[in-house]
Write a protein that binds this ligand. Sequence first.
Ligand code: AMP
Length: 280
Amino acid sequence: MTAPIVHRSIGDLRTALKPARMAGKRIAMVPTMGALHDGHLSLVERAREEADRIVVSIFVNPTQFAPHEDFDAYPRNEGKDLELLRDHGVEAAFIPSVREMYPDGFATGVTVGGPSEGLESAFRPHFFDGVALVVTKLLLAALPDVAIFGEKDYQQLCVVRRMVRDLNIPTEIIGAPTVREPDGLAMSSRNVYLSPDERETATSLPAVLRKAIERLGQGEDAHDVLPLSRQELEERGFKVDYLELRDGETLGPVTEDTQSRRILVAVWLGKTRLIDNMAA
Ligand code: AMP
């Protein structure tokens, strides 16, 4: 397979995609921050079902990191990422510089309400402004017919869906299931931060979620189940940012009208923050 063509400017990407668009081909975009793993590659596979041309973007977006967060330390490995994309038959990679995305004088923001409220926002207040801004820019740069996002970042998926609807961005948003390690831990570029001991402990995060879901399924009240799950996580050494049951569509509180429920969690294990979620 041939290596993907790397586009580093928005103009270059648009020029490259134009013939495919003119020929009526469907274009799919998979936005990522790189350090690709099988979770990302499952999105590529999903994109392949949807489109003739795939663009994977790799951009560690500074506007979604707070000053004290891991922007500088975030794993970056462009060479290996491009090899993986080549092996998966991806035709194009969009790898802009920070300056290309945010040139001097940049002064615009995108704020989404609704599903962005609470959960991550309670702990990372600027996170979804950064995500909404960069996703808007990426979608407007490539103008894909579809874009694939992982359920791993479930609140992000809901925010992107809301934003695309609200702003009439002509891209269909598709959510793809979370890919897990054999022991159940959700794959994440940040898992490399875990020490061997922490990595072993991390396996109990999905296990605790599954146990909570089982008890909820048996009709136990969330107000009884969630505090116990939280306590179990704390006893195992996690520091819990949040553990909540929400409406799976709106991410608001569960009501009589709720069609699907989602349990969402964010924890710290040492210096590493892990998030996960499951249908409940
Ligand atoms: P990131 O590079 O972490 O910003 O993630 C890029 C995209 O890959 C997002 O849509 C994530 O939700 C998705 N993703 C990350 N990890 C996984 C996973 N384990 N399974 C499925 N999708 C994932």
